[in-house]
Design a protein around this ligand. Structure first.
Ligand code: NDP
Length: 247
């Protein structure tokens, strides 16, 4: 119950789905504060009402660099540090290659790839000042293996994995103890996958060894391990949480 004791945590896309499950897990495990960053004001208000006092909703778009800088400044002023960053916010705009619009390509890359760069750049400045931290990037099985209809999404999630390897190396220089890992979830029951057509879901289920979709909490458990000190010798790792999915 106290694996996150005293930690200042930031989780993007924290108002629902996998992000919300991670926020609640960190809170239950004794974090000093968990900032649930999201764009969805209604869900953030609900989160503030329904959850514990150490959870704080914060409306922020991960594509807005000026707002991220302001957020990090505010947290620095109040707490002096950020111990844990989970880059979880992500979107899909699926279409086959020939039909994918430039607008949908740009949007997914901007949120899923550049959003992770934006958040990590500003938050890691503060982590470097303090000489420690743990960053967990939520990628996807699709970033490792590709998927029909997901050119933009798979490119963004593959990029998240390569940034994870790069930052694990960069942020551990000069004696800094900043670990950077990624999780590659398979198909998890959230509002994101609710949108998938039944035929596609049936096809996916046939490829999952455990014959079921995952629960958000099963990804949150992996995020907890990578965020807390139990994984103190793990960095530059991509953890598959996919029930044995073969795409
Ligand atoms: P959801 O769509 O359920 O939740 C994502 C949250 O992120 C939403 O609350 C959304 O807000 C928020 N968000 C979107 N864009 C931004 C932004 N620019 N700035 C801040 N917040 C934003 O997704 P999941 O919980 O399913 O997915 C979470 C992560 O896990 C994503 O990165 C996804 O790619 C990844 N993933 C999910 C899998 C799955 O099967 N569900 C499988 C593999 C990876 P809003 O409501 O306003 O859009």
């Amino acid at each position: 119950m106290d694996r996150m004791k005293g930690k200042v945590c930031v989780v993007t896309g924290g108002a629902r789905g996998i992000g919300r499950s991670i926020v609640e897990k960190f809170s239950d495990e004794g974090a000093e504060v968990v900032f649930a960053i999201d764009m969805n004001k209604e869900l953030l208000d609900q989160l503030d009402k329904e959850t514990k006092k150490n959870i704080r909703g914060y409306q922020l778009d991960v594509t807005n660099r000026a707002d991220i800088q302001e957020f990090v400044n505010n947290v620095k002023e109040e707490f002096g540090r950020i111990d844990v960053l989970v880059n979880n916010a992500g979107i899909t705009r699926d279409a086959l290659l020939q039909k994918m619009s430039e607008e949908d390509w740009n949007l997914v890359i901007d949120v899923n790839l550049k959003g992770v760069f934006n958040m990590t750049q500003f938050v890691s400045n503060l982590m470097l000042e303090n000489g420690k931290g743990s960053i967990v990037n939520i990628s996807s099985i699709v970033g490792e293996r590709g998927n029909i209809g997901q050119t933009n999404y798979s490119a963004s999630k593959g990029g998240v994995i390569s940034m994870t390897y790069t930052w694990a190396k960069e942020l551990a220089r000069k004696g800094a103890n900043i670990r950077v890992n990624a999780i590659a979830p398979g198909f998890i029951k959230t509002p994101m996958t609710e949108k998938m057509p039944e035929k596609v879901l049936e096809n996916i289920l046939s490829k999952i060894t455990l014959k079921r979709m995952g629960e958000p909490e099963e990804v949150a458990n992996a995020a907890l391990f990578l965020a807390c000190d139990e994984s103190s010798y793990v960095t530059g790792h991509v953890l598959d949480v996919n029930g044995g999915t073969v795409l």
